[in-house]
Design a protein around this ligand. Structure first.
Ligand code: NAP
Ligand code: MG
Length: 476
């Protein structure tokens, strides 16, 4: 089993205890990474602090050049990175390749965004010259989940570095390997030692030590609502800003006039991509009663043709990340069964045969889900689609907005008025019409309404999250 080190101040760090990383397709151990604690976190934060004095002063064009070089190296190593991502997360290889492409694109995008990111001047009166400028926070802490490790790494690190911050990132214990590789690639690209430090370990130890550290200036957290609350408290204690990208229970809303040939693959992919372990998964299907039966039939057929297998075989559906995650999904299903759920297809773990050692389950479709039930409200984080019919647009809006979450929504209709009304009335950070997810476009600001979090990442908005504005006033 490979021993992989953390990256601090441009050097390897090892610890006596380690965290074992499993391949969810086979249950096999594939690597061990350091089990960092307060001492290692302290080293990483001090390295970032030291580096930040110089990095913030590096000319914009030179910072952008380093970011572009990182993008090129990711492109150069795309196959290796995709392979590693697929192995540690269980996601189909095709998706992992796409993730690597998007990861590279983030660094290119923020290099360009930085070069065109200016302050403004404010014409208050004839005797004063007033201008605004953006400045980095200083040392930024980043805690990310296991579902899109490379993409989320880049989404949060690229804009932070671009703006002149120095970073300490803790990946999830289940999937730290690509973050570590990206850390080394950044050094190879010419990023100064200490500007980006990667510390592995558990959330309750490494994560808590990082987000509670006295010398960080900003926290970017992507993960569950539960941990998001802990992070927000840590930020509040020190009065530092935080960006929280949390969970979702996002609806796909299909109206009677929808083009079902477009809607069906859209709805199916929105829940099966990454085995439903996507913050923006379309895990609720709200459908007009007149097309309810036909849509459910089509989705059932689509689920029947899904291929299930190890990530590297590039199936439609890979395993869940861990035994723990699969048990969690199964406990939701058991509870639903106990309440008489109408499971149209799926609902079971795959325990036997060649897939038995991995953490696979069937794609699952549940019809007539009560909106206020657990299945209608909670983020399941598995390939489980909950269907609820509606009668009219008012009911569709009420159901769409009827959970604590508000990350994204999909609307399927041919009517322009319906489309715009839904965009206006649905409480979510992104609303898609006749598409879903917009192919990961890094240009699109992303983030939650309600308990899906606060702050925005991606797009030009993402750059501003990692900077603070200063107003200069000069009396003439
Ligand atoms: P999680 O359990 O909240 O963990 C996220 C990260 O926080 C991990 O690195 C975890 O470390 C760390 N952590 C746990 N406890 C901590 C603590 N007390 N202090 C500091 N850090 C701590 O989430 P997950 O299970 O990895 O990911 C799934 C969740 O992420 C879902 O809710 C999903 O919707 C959400 N998500 C949101 C977005 C978005 O952009 N909105 C994107 C992807 C995922 P360890 O796991 O190593 O212990
Ligand atoms: Mg975890």
């Amino acid at each position: 089993m490979k021993q992989v080190a953390a990256v601090t101040n441009g050097e390897s760090i090892e610890t006596r205890n380690t965290v074992v990383v499993l391949d969810p397709s086979s249950g096999e151990a594939i690597a061990q990474t350091p089990d960092c604690g307060p001492a290692e976190i302290d080293l990483a934060v001090s390295a970032a602090r030291r580096a930040s004095h110089a990095w913030r002063k590096v000319a914009v064009a030179d910072r952008a050049r380093v970011l572009r070089r990182i993008a090129q190296l990711i492109e150069r190593d795309r196959d290796d990175l995709a392979h590693l991502e697929a192995r540690q997360t269980g996601k189909p290889l095709r998706q992992a390749r796409r993730d690597a492409e998007i990861t590279s694109r983030y660094f290119d995008f923020y290099a360009s965004a930085l070069e065109t990111h200016y302050g403004s001047s404010i014409p208050l009166n004839a005797d004063t010259m007033i201008f605004t400028q953006w400045e980095p926070h200083g040392v930024t802490a980043h805690v990310i989940p296991w579902n899109y490790p490379m993409q989320i790494f880049a989404r949060t690190i690229a804009p932070a570095l671009a703006m002149g911050n120095c970073c300490v990132l803790k990946p999830a214990e289940e999937a730290p390997l690509t973050a570590l590789r990206l850390g080394w690639l950044a050094l190879e690209a010419g990023l100064p030692a200490g500007a980006l430090n990667i510390v592995t370990g558990y959330g309750e130890t490494a994560g808590a030590a990082l987000t509670g550290h006295g010398d960080i200036d900003h926290i970017s957290f992507t993960g569950s609502v539960e941990v998001g609350r802990i992070i927000a408290r840590a930020a509040a204690n020190r009065v530092i800003p935080a960006t929280l990208e949390l969970g979702g229970k996002s609806p796909n809303i299909v109206f009677a006039d929808a083009d079902l040939d477009r809607a069906v693959p859209g709805v199916v992919n929105a829940i099966l991509q990454n085995a439903g372990q996507t913050c923006s998964a379309g895990s609720r299907l709200l459908v007009h009663e007149s097309v309810h039966n036909v849509l459910v039939e089509h989705i059932e057929q689509a689920f029947a043709s899904v291929t299930i297998g190890p990530a590297l075989n590039d199936p439609t559906l890979g395993p869940l990340i861990s035994q723990t995650q699969r048990s969690r999904v199964m406990s939701f299903l058991e509870q639903a069964r106990g309440n008489g759920a109408n499971i149209v297809t799926g609902g079971n773990a795959l325990n036997g045969g060649v897939l038995g050692k991995g953490f696979f389950m069937q794609p699952t479709l549940i019809d007539d889900v009560a909106p206020d039930s657990l299945m209608g409200q909670d983020e399941i984080f598995g390939p489980v689609l909950a269907v609820t019919p509606f009668r009219n647009i008012e009911e569709a809006v009420r159901l769409a907005n009827g959970t604590d979450y508000g990350l994204v929504a999909g609307v399927w209709t041919r009517d322009l008025g319906t489309a715009h009304r839904m965009i206006r009335e649905v409480l979510a950070g992104q609303v898609f019409v006749n598409t879903y997810g917009a192919s990961g476009g890094v240009e699109l600001p992303f983030g939650g309404f309600k308990r899906s979090g606060y702050g925005r990442e991606k797009g030009a908005e993402g750059l501003r999250s990692f900077a603070q504005i200063k107003t200069g006033v000069v009396a003439l």
